[in-house]
Structure formats: C-alpha cells, structure tokens
Design a protein around this ligand. Structure first.
Ligand code: ZN
Length: 186
C-alpha cells in the first residue's frame, strides 16, 4: 500500500523520533513494506517514518537503484532502526539534496563526507558501519528526519531566503507532487 507523504508544514516532521521496542516489530515490518512501496512510487532514494506520519527512529535507504541509472558505486538497500550517528569525518562535501516532503525544492548542503552509524536491522541485529559518498549523504539526510531536523535548516542564509516563497507554496499545497501527499490546507 502506498502511503501519503507528509509535506512541509505537518507537525510530525518536526518531532523527535522515539525508540522502537522489540514488542512492536511485527507492526514495524508491515510499515517498512509500505514505506518501500511509497518510496519507489515517489522515486525517492530514502524515506523516514516521520514522512509517513510516524515519529519513530526508522528510515530506509536504497541507493542501489541509482547504480543502473548513473555512474554510482554499488550502493546500499537497508532498513535503519534506532540509528545513531557515532562519527562524522572527512572533507566537507557540497551536494544538492531534495526531499519527498518538499516537492520541487532542491538545495546544496554541506556535510562531512564520511559517516559511521550504529543501527538495528529488521531482525534487531546490531550493526556499526561506515559510509561515504552518496550513501553517506542519503543516510545523513534520513537520519536528520529521525531527529525532527529538516534539510532546509541546513541551507545557507541566502538560500533559505530565496526558498521562502517556494516553502510557502509547498506548505499550502500550491506545489503538487506526482505522488500522494498529505498537506495542511489552511
Ligand atoms: Zn527528506
């Protein structure tokens, strides 16, 4: 089932995600299935549970699909539960990001190029892994969602000012995505 993507302006996107507990894994597995469907429907490379209305520490990433389209390394397809970034290092990379909760808005953002993350998979097995390049970038973006942090908060001041009109349009539903969304129409 494809779920509507919660768009900028929805309260849930700003909430700090809570930990997932073992007792709810059956529901989490179902939610993850729906999140994959939703992410592919909207042509995303990552999706956080916040973006489908659940403020919990859960996100999914699939950069493998880019491998066929672009000259990217193999990529990853993974579910991240209760993730915690334990280190960010390396050179600062400037990469343009987009977000399914912000249709038609993109912006260059600076982040460290290497990230080490601790997380649990769907079998609740713990992993500590290090990523770089585009994989690191998608992980950093999705991880921010679990903290209630949005990518526009990382825009530089000029870009933020330039984006204001677009943000108002997104928030009020004047920008239509080509996938199902949930918007506050006031
Ligand atoms: Zn996002």
């Amino acid at each position: 089932m494809v779920l509507p993507v919660y768009v900028y302006g929805q309260e849930v996107l700003k909430k700090k995600g809570r930990d997932i507990v073992p007792e709810e894994m059956e529901n989490i597995k179902k939610l993850v299935e729906q999140m994959w469907e939703t992410m592919y429907k909207s042509h995303g490379v990552g999706l956080a549970a916040h973006q489908v209305g659940h403020p919990i520490k859960l996100f999914i990433v699939d950069t493998v699909q880019l491998h066929e389209k672009e000259d990217q390394p193999m990529g990853i397809k993974k579910v991240f539960i209760n993730a915690e970034i334990i280190q960010e290092e390396g050179e600062i990379a400037i990469i343009e990001e987009g977000c399914l909760s912000f249709p038609e808005l993109r912006g260059k953002i600076e982040r460290p190029s290497i990230v080490t993350i601790k997380y649990y998979d769907l079998d609740l097995k713990e992993h500590i892994e290090t990523y770089d390049g585009f994989d690191a970038r998608v992980i950093q973006h999705e991880y921010d969602h679990t903290l209630g942090t949005l990518f526009i908060e990382k825009f530089n001041p000029l870009k933020r000012r330039l984006a204001k009109g677009k943000l108002d349009k997104i928030r009020t539903g004047l920008v239509q995505a080509d996938y199902p969304t949930r918007i506050n129409r006031k």
